[in-house]
Design a protein around this ligand. Structure first.
Ligand SMILES: NC(=O)c1ccc[n+]([C@@H]2O[C@H](COP(=O)([O-])OP(=O)(O)OC[C@H]3O[C@@H](n4cnc5c(N)ncnc54)[C@H](O)[C@@H]3O)[C@@H](O)[C@H]2O)c1
Length: 243
């Protein structure tokens, strides 16, 4: 029987590639995103290419919405083997001008959203003593980011959360790991920057062409879902992160 992965933020730049890549490997894919039509489009594209996907609308910051997402996934595919917490947002704002609402909104999606989705995943996986949970953080969560302090703090939180959950769920044979793409060309990473400013971002390393390609992220995710990594847990992987 095919395994099933649920990907939050599955309609976005990076996570839609994860959905497409894993569907091509034969996994059933639940494309979960707040952007309902965009998620439906990704699922339709996968199904048109002989894959198997459904789209589910979710707000990862809302526990009822997350519970409903898991219910829909289980109703369709009986079980969810892997959960990838990819939904995230970013803004750029000097700290002295940052409204409290901006801080709260981002933390609700980037950090609380990972907590709620990983919690729902753990509740589903513990009775089967099997499963893998992955999330996306960022090199910014270690190095910091001027004018995006809330973003960097949320991603640092995801890294610490990953390690903690890995320790807690190891006895249940559930691994928990974290993927940190370097600067990747998606609508999010261009927010608040001109094309020239985007090219000159200090965090883009002078390595080959600098930017992380989405296929590199998909390759890492494949590895973290494979038998080769079944004893790897609590780890954070950085792709092309300069500092
Ligand atoms: N692009 C980069 O350079 C980069 C680098 C490191 C980490 N990341 C992380 O990768 C992830 C994906 O980023 P991306 O660049 O593909 O951005 P993106 O904006 O293309 O995708 C983000 C997706 O999350 C969805 N989303 C937003 N709020 C949501 C909510 N409340 N509930 C459910 N879905 C919601 C959006 O609709 C969107 O489809 C993010 O967590 C981001 O922080 C990105």
């Amino acid at each position: 029987m095919s395994k099933t992965i649920l990907v939050t933020g599955g309609a976005g730049g990076i996570c839609s590639e994860i959905c497409r890549g894993l569907a091509a490997d034969g996994l059933n894919v639940v494309v979960a995103d707040f952007a309902k039509e965009a998620a439906a489009k990704v699922a339709a594209e996968i199904n048109a290419n002989k894959g198997n996907a459904i789209a589910v609308q979710v707000d990862v910051g809302d526990p009822n919405s997350v519970a409903a997402m898991m219910e829909q996934a289980v109703a369709k595919y009986s079980q969810v083997d892997y959960v990838f917490c990819g939904a995230g947002v970013m803004d750029r704002m000097p700290i002295v001008e940052m409204p409290e609402e901006m801080w709260d909104r981002l933390m609700r999606i980037n950090l609380k959203g990972v907590f709620l989705c990983a919690q729902a995943a753990a509740r589903h996986m513990i009775p089967r003593s099997e499963g893998r949970i992955l999330s996306i953080a960022s090199g910014r969560g270690v190095a910091g980011q001027a004018r995006s302090a809330h973003y960097a703090a949320s991603k640092a939180g995801v890294i610490a959360f990953t390690k903690s959950l890995a320790m807690e769920l190891a006895p249940n044979n559930i691994t928990v790991n974290c993927v940190c793409p370097g600067a990747t060309d998606t609508p999010m990473s261009r927010i608040g920057l001109s094309p020239d400013q985007f090219k000159k971002r200090e965090e883009i390393p002078p390595l080959m062409d600098g930017l992380t390609h989405k296929f590199e992220i998909v390759g890492l995710v494949r590895y973290l879902l494979s038998d080769a990594s079944k004893y790897i847990t609590g780890q954070t992987y950085f792709l092309r992160t300069a500092k």
